[in-house]
Design a protein around this ligand. Sequence first.
Ligand code: HDE
Length: 750
Amino acid sequence: SAELSAAMPSNPNKPGEYGDAARCPVTGASVKPADPLAVAGTVTERNGSPKTGSGQPPQGENHAGGSLDRVRVDSGGRALTTNQGVPIADNQNSLKAGLRGPTALEDFILREKITHFDHERIPERVVHARGSAAHGYFENYQPLGRFTKAAPFAEAGKRTPVFVRFSTVAGERGSIDTARDVRGFAVKFYTDEGNWDLVGNNIPVFFIQDAMKFPDLVHAVKPEPHFAMPQASSAHDTYWDFVSLTPESTHMLLWQMSDRAIPRSYRTMQGFGVHTFRLINDQGEAVFCKFHWTPVAGTHSLVWDEAVKLGGADPDFHRRDLWEAIEAGAYPEWELGLQIFSEAQAESFDFDVLDATKLVPEEMVPVIPVGRLVLDRNPDNFFAETEQVAFCTAHIIPGIDFTNDPLLQGRIHSYVDTQISRLGGANFHEIPINAPLAQVHNNQRDGMHRQGIPRGRVAYEPNSLGGGCPFQAGMRGFTSFPEPVAEDKVRGKPEKFADHYSQARLFWRSQTAAEQQHIVNAFRFELTRVQVPAIRERVVSLLVNVDEVLAQGVADGLGFTLPPAAPLVSDCDFPVPAPSPALSLLSQPGDGSIRARRVAILVAEGVETEDVAALYQAILADGGVPRLLGVRLGQVTGNGRTLPVEATLEAMPAVLFDALVIPDGEAAIATLAQVGNALEFVRDQYRHCKPILAVGAGGRLLDKAGIGAALAEGATDPALLRVSTMKEGTKAFIALLGKPRDYSREVDPP
Ligand code: HDE
């Protein structure tokens, strides 16, 4: 075991806590947090206490900003204290009047402990409550000054620290990761000129066009209010009732029913800013821009049967995957791409770029790669960082600006507003994870939980008593793009917003046959759960406007004849763009690397241990994650060495692995062939279209599971390697492991 694990990679950013060093921690050592005052220079105090405040404040330092080291706490080698720093002698017993007597009201230690506990919870996010996050950096490729003066894009190679949170939308904080749902992809850039939050999703369009409809959408998709069911699922009446009456949702529904909504990992999904934004250069010239994040590992998704089983096998599947990849040093990485276009170009489009239910096809405006995002450090504390981070679309910096997208306009208000109740007041920007690295100087004062201690008697501007400080930055500061506006005040929508179907059709036509089938199956699943037949039919009548094959497939799955098309809200003939291959998940196969891919190697007494050890090392060497799975924990021996069983078939079922190896070994295969879990494991790997390597006698386990027979009927299966020696199959297997799944063996139902 030590031999195998010695080769396991670990994260050099956390050497003391993870990897080899963590196996024998230094006892009693404590890490002193950095002294913030020491950084800014020595402070002279009358009585030597930095708390009395008689010294000079650290000039030019942002009290709230700086590295998180400032607030990290490590209790190694320390005694327990109260929140007031008073040492605690006994943490087992409350203070009583006699050993069998009542507890004393004066037990301030008990009361402090219980009171704090009573108030430990804060409200979860109204949407996107379930999430996971990591630290990292954005690295810019080339100066983008021609388009924007935004600080992260100023120089080649410039790195801006980021904190990124991924999330599901509908489920509560403790809900499963693999629900069919949109994923949030929120990036906080701690730039030189303040925080910029790009709060996006893994799908480039949205359900609705106007912020006015957001509370309705969310009320419809969340658990139904009378009985609080279902959790983390859109497969219920109120959701489909709402969207069936909201034709503008149709395009998004196709994305939501596609495999995008069941990603394999946060590491393998795209991200999008969704709205059209503006970039502004230092001449004040503006262009429109759409933001795209593309995973270096490629876009990979689960299949539905697998997602459902994962909900039980590991509800934290995506959280664990992100955490483990970073701990292992397989840092997740994305490339940032921009679609840049002028206002004149936008006017020539058949759709409105202010409509968030539309995307700009890459064939019309190419995606230019401008930098990369790398996540290389896990948070120290989930609550302090991941839960308290507050992303706000209002957080933009000079060089970036909003457009009039009516969905974006509503978001500018919503995010700041929601943090005030979620985080308990207007000073949430002072919570360390939210504090900018850039300095904060203004005359905003007081409020709940204020951290900073502003000095002096001036809290207004203009002033003379404070020397006019802090002063307006003028041209160096944020200036909004001076877009001319002269219109009547109205409630309504521009005409092109009435096109609800042409891009839905574009998306459908751009999918491969397997992806189309998955979309049909997803509609069938969700609408089968819907109880009211009229709602099912209304949804299908929307789909008739998209594509008859799609609508017919769904209607067949639900057992009714095709209803008439839903009425159109506009007589305009909106042209459908030519199919865009970039909209297929399979267009982003990734770099072929097997980093962080999980491989199950089935072992039992008598397995060919030399083969297994060699394969294990080969997978590790390429950054993959092999695991030896057996019937029970313990050890197995075979030809030459003893191997540890790292996990069991019962505790770690097939859905937790990307690929399967069945090594040679007559006795081992004879044992496994008697075990229900082993046969089910093999079947699941097969039906979920994952690569399988079966060596020598291992092939017999395929036969026993009924897979050999399927192949005998003449089918060829490039992802199923049945070889006589491990050596023969290793290279081809590792190559398969780095590729997207091949859906050609898929059958429905599984
Ligand atoms: Fe959000 N959204 N949203 N949203 N959203 C929130 O803010 C809202 C929308 C997105 O990891 C809330 O801090 C409105 C689009 C992400 O912390 C809330 C509208 C997109 C996250 C809110 C939208 C998003 C949120 C809940 C329509 C993709 C999680 C808690 C006008 C571009 C951020 C919070 C995180 C979270 C409001 C639509 C993405 C209530 C009103 C479109 C990734 O403020």
